[in-house]
Design a binder for this molecule. Structure first.
Ligand SMILES: *Cc1c(COP(=O)(O)O)cnc(C)c1O
Length: 488
């Protein structure tokens, strides 16, 4: 036998894995903020491997070196902790994945693992693809999945074009996601999973998640939830029994806006009618080491650490931004040029009661200022301008403090018009399904003082009283970005 020295490495791996498992177990006992700040990066690890660096290091390296053939062999057969090549894994990604797995299962005994991806869309693809493979026993059987239509525009395209149209995997559309009967009527023996975005971007659609999870499990299929808008600071679907959570880390989690990233967080031993025991036992690890190794949608170590850095303050930031969004929603609700305000936090929202069942600020009962569980509804809201598309365009174009961009979750307030941006690809019909009218402005409230955002909204809405707005004269660079001089 060539590899007699391999046991030496396997023993060390066993010791190390036991130590790390125990450390994560200790961390699990801490409060949310503590986990968010420390994650799975320990002082021990810093001293042993990272020159004592108190902050998680960015390993900008393509690959890892091995001591000898034995170690390489053990590593490449995944018998020892390794990261071999950064397309598959990397220590910086590992710290990032570790903290997300802990936060999404906070306050429970649920065990989960996480795989980070280069984008939220890659995360969605990573989350669903394994369930959509042909059944070797029934290669000709049709395959379908049941998912809500009120989803992020990119998700709509991935499902409608890449899955349904290009690969003939039927997307069975749930139009009224609050209606459980509609979900159930679409399920048959070829349904592979249920999927919902909650609250949805931008419509803030909401459904009774616990009931839908129950429904999925009744049919032996997984429930996948895009929880980007809520984040684990407000809602943790895995704890309620969901099988997989998808995060576009580019958004609220990675609030600084330094880059694009995504994550899939999956419970161990998930429910699925696909016959693949290894996949079900540890979905994220399976996908990381096999399909995503071959497909290559991995996150970069730099983006992983930048996002990790934002996670540390997630809870207090979401709290603050939620409170500001409530203040701003109330201001807009009474404004004469505003037809309607959609914010789950408002009593007037038809899904307010349902949202109040699910959206709670984590650990508020342990916060000396609150001392009890408090609802928070996040920083995504939208409003409809009176006077149709033209009036909406004028108000939108008048923003000076609020950034016009197709973005969400930023530390700075950002507004977009979904009908001409995020949801333009899916056409009139698709927009109707997703309920995106042309006079809708989506506003994502940042961490500024709300008075200043209200002042900007006030001056922008005043253009409908005949106030003049300033405009920009554009110049384009070859790269496509414009520079502009302010013309007043
Ligand atoms: C933006 C977004 C996505 C896609 O994420 P990217 O990181 O942009 O690829 C998925 N779901 C929701 C809810 C989003 O807002």
């Amino acid at each position: 036998m060539e590899n007699t020295g391999i046991n030496h490495y396997l023993d060390a791996a066993k010791r190390s894995m036991a130590w790390h498992k125990d450390y994560a177990k200790q961390m699990k006992k801490c409060r949310f903020d503590t986990i968010a700040v420390h994650g799975i990066y320990s002082m021990q690890e810093a001293l042993d491997f990272n020159q004592g660096s108190i902050i998680e290091p960015i390993y900008m390296s393509t690959s890892q070196a091995y001591r000898d053939s034995d170690e390489m062999e053990a590593a490449l057969s995944y018998q020892i902790p390794t990261w071999c090549y950064s397309r598959i894994a990397n220590p910086s990604m590992y710290y990032f994945e570790g903290v997300l797995a802990l936060l999404e299962t906070y306050g429970s005994n649920v065990e989960a693992s996480c795989i980070a991806t280069a984008s939220g869309m890659a995360a969605i693809q990573t989350a669903v693809n394994q369930f959509l493979l042909p059944d070797p026993k029934k290669p000709d059987a049709t395959r379908n999945f049941v998912a809500t239509t009120k989803v992020y525009g990119g998700t709509f395209q991935q499902f409608a074009i890449r899955k349904d149209q290009e690969r003939r995997i039927e997307w069975r559309k749930v139009v009224h996601s609050e209606d459980i009967n509609e979900w159930e009527s679409l399920i048959d023996e070829n349904t592979r999973f249920l999927y919902g975005e909650m609250p949805s971007n931008p419509g803030q659609a909401f459904f009774d998640l616990e009931k839908i999870i129950e429904l999925a499990h009744k049919y032996g299929i997984p429930m996948i939830v895009d929880s980007t808008v809520a984040t684990p600071a407000l809602m943790r679907p895995l704890v309620m029994g969901a099988d997989i959570v998808v995060q576009s880390v580019s958004k609220t989690i990675g609030t600084s806006g330094f880059g694009i990233a995504g994550a899939v967080i999956a419970r161990k031993d998930l429910v699925s009618n696909v016959d693949n025991p290894a996949m079900k036992a540890d979905f994220a690890m399976y996908v990381k080491t096999l399909p995503n190794r071959d497909n290559g949608p991995n996150i970069s170590p730099m983006n992983a650490i930048l996002a990790l850095n934002d996670i540390r303050t997630l809870r207090s930031r979401v709290d603050m931004q939620s409170k500001s969004t409530m203040t701003i929603s109330k201001y807009l609700e009474q404004h004469k040029h505003v037809e309607q305000v959609d914010y789950l936090g408002l009593d007037s929202h038809p899904l307010h009661d349902l949202a109040s069942k699910y959206l709670w600020l984590v650990d508020s009962e342990h916060d000396e200022h609150y001392g009890e569980k408090v609802n928070r509804y996040g920083h995504l809201m939208s409003f409809h301008v009176k006077g149709g598309a033209k009036a909406t365009r004028d108000v939108f174009d008048a923003f000076q403090r609020i950034w016009r961009a197709t973005d969400l979750g930023r530390i700075k307030s950002v507004a977009t018009r979904p009908a001409i941006s995020t949801h333009s690809q899916q056409g009139e019909e698709g927009r109707k399904l997703a309920e995106i009218p042309p006079n809708l402005i989506r506003l994502c409230v940042g961490a500024e003082h709300p008075d200043d955002i209200i002042a900007d909204l006030d001056q922008a809405l005043s253009v409908l009283d005949g106030n003049k707005i300033s405009s920009y004269a554009p110049e384009y660079s070859a790269g496509g970005a414009s520079s502009a001089t302010l013309r007043r």
